[in-house]
Design a protein around this ligand. Structure first.
Ligand code: GBH
Length: 496
């Protein structure tokens, strides 16, 4: 494969294949004609075979409109009230790991401002807020004695939301593993799955009285690949075998948490949050690379959860695959693991940012316009392709979009974001289109409520529908927040 493990950007190397049918295949063939191998160069937009109807497209009456964040990205106060260090504290402490030497302090100071942020969401009219719990606030060393101050903090957050009629959606793990667990082997060690199950049970017991949508693991793929293979996220490893182990152990941890959830009798629903990437082969006669990228990007995570098996073409020394030892990956799997991983969930959470073209060598190719995040190739119709693919290839399960959004083009504070209004409108339209065609989509969360700490990009990429001045922590709703508010109020998306 062409990847170098520590490549600076994934956009010039590989990524993911959705089996394409009908008009999507035609669109992909057209896209192939305009494919550019430059990650930043302007790709000619794919001709659009679908246009929205003249009348607003309605959403189901109980559709869940939400905004999303994660703990390390917005909380700040990384040393307060007994919080233990996480791998992101360690990683960000090395200045060269994050743009500008930034860290998770102060982020958006939501540790102190959750009440005001709940008011803000209430003003916008959102029905749900997805945030994550910092494992090391609850269990400072990842296991052992519970830190009551941590539980109290999140109880206050949950109460603030519920008091405003906002449904909490809580991610248990959004990449901030307690450092003590990393020191003991992290996701390379099967023991971490048992620690995760204990941590999850602690939370189900503490918040079981509240209707919550629980997301077990956020993007196991990103944490495994970007954190353990590319070395761009914490824990900063560049070892494909460590990435493969992190895949299996996160998947197993997910299943164990689902079992704990059922055993706890907690209210609410549970699922896993997978970032999925529609993949379009740029040469319709040479689709092997794209199929393998689809396997490593999508099926490696969907199949075990929804079908109880791993695909056979995701891992190995083939163009587009995760270049790890497939035999070693199999050796990690114990009898019964896949039964645990495929424990039935209440919903499938998906996160959608865009698509990629792939050549026969399994290399990603830019076929759509990118955003300030060079990996993001924007194509709203890819969301429709993804949703209908899930409907066609997997057993039926309610689907919740738990992330969808784009960054501002520049690092400066702005509230004028017509590109984001356009992004949201076109993606809501594709969601409505999929619902019309029988996809059981139950809600849509925008990433993100606030500008925040964008991992290795530090504070240089602003993803909020609400701007944050990090010096003063002032919140300023952008035009997109107003637009989103109007869509929520109408529970429908207009053609323009
Ligand atoms: C999500 O990841 C995250 O869940 C969220 O925390 C984040 O803030 C948000 O999206 C916006 O980025 O190999 O270095 O080129 C999005 C999916 C997949 C995006 C991995 C970055 C590759 C980075 N991510 N991808 S790199």
């Amino acid at each position: 494969m062409t990847d170098s493990p520590a490549r600076p950007s994934a956009t010039i190397a590989r990524r993911g294949f959705l089996a394409l049918g009908g008009s999507a295949a035609a669109a992909a063939a057209l896209a192939a004609c305009t494919a550019s191998s430059s990650p930043t160069g302007p790709a000619t937009p794919t001709p659009t075979p679908w246009a929205p109807p003249a009348e607003p497209m309605p959403f189901p009456a109980d559709y869940l409109w939400g905004t999303a964040t994660s703990a390390y990205q917005v909380e700040g106060e990384t040393a307060l009230d007994g919080r233990g260090p996480s791998i992101w504290d360690t990683f960000a402490a090395t200045r060269s790991n994050v743009k500008g030497g930034a860290t998770g302090d102060p982020a958006a100071d939501q540790y102190h401002r959750y009440e005001a942020d709940a008011d803000l969401m209430s003003d916008l009219g959102v029905g749900a807020y997805r945030f994550s719990i910092s494992w090391s606030r609850i269990l400072p060393t990842g296991s052992g004695a519970v830190n009551q101050a941590g539980l109290d903090h999140y109880r206050a957050v949950v109460d603030a939301l519920v008091a405003r009629g906002i449904r909490p959606a809580i991610t248990l793990f959004h990449w901030d593993l307690p450092q003590a667990l990393q020191d003991a082997g992290g996701w390379g060690d099967r023991e971490t799955t048992a620690r995760f199950a204990e941590y999850a049970r602690t939370l189900f017991d503490a918040f079981g009285d509240v209707e919550i949508d629980w997301l077990t693991i956020n993007e196991p793929k990103t944490h495994a690949f970007v954190g353990h293979w590319y070395g761009v996220h914490a824990p900063g490893l560049t070892d494909p075998d460590a990435a493969a182990a992190a895949v299996h152990h996160q998947m197993l941890a997910h299943g164990l948490a689902v079992r704990e959830f059922r055993a706890s009798g907690a209210k609410g629903r549970i699922g896993i949050a997978l970032n999925l990437l529609p993949v379009y082969p740029i040469d319709p006669d040479a689709t092997g690379g794209a199929e393998r990228v689809d396997a490593s990007e999508n099926r490696l995570f969907l199949d075990p959860v929804l079908l109880g098996s791993y695909p056979i073409d995701a891992i190995g020394p083939y163009p587009g695959s995760l270049p790890a030892d497939a035999t070693a990956f199999e050796a990690l799997q114990q009898p019964g693991d896949l039964d645990v991983i495929s424990e039935p969930c209440d919903l499938l959470a998906i996160q959608y940012y865009g698509v990629t073209g792939v050549d026969d060598g399994g290399n990603t190719v830019t076929i759509e316009p990118t955003s300030a995040a060079s990996w993001q190739q924007i194509r709203a119709e890819g969301l429709y392709d993804l949703l209908t693919r899930l409907r066609d290839d997997y057993p039926p399960i309610p689907i919740l979009i738990t992330e969808n959004g784009m960054p501002d083009p520049l690092p400066a504070v702005t509230v004028d974001d017509p590109y984001r209004v356009d992004f949201l409108r076109t993606h809501f339209q594709q969601a409505a289109r999929a619902i019309d065609e029988g996809v059981p989509l139950i809600g849509h969360f925008v990433w993100s409520l606030l500008d925040n700490f964008e991992w290795a990009e530090g504070y240089s990429q602003r993803w909020g529908i609400v701007a944050v001045d990090f010096a003063t922590q002032e919140r300023m709703p952008k035009a997109s927040a107003g637009y989103f508010s109007d869509v929520i109020a109408a529970n429908a998306v207009s053609p323009d």
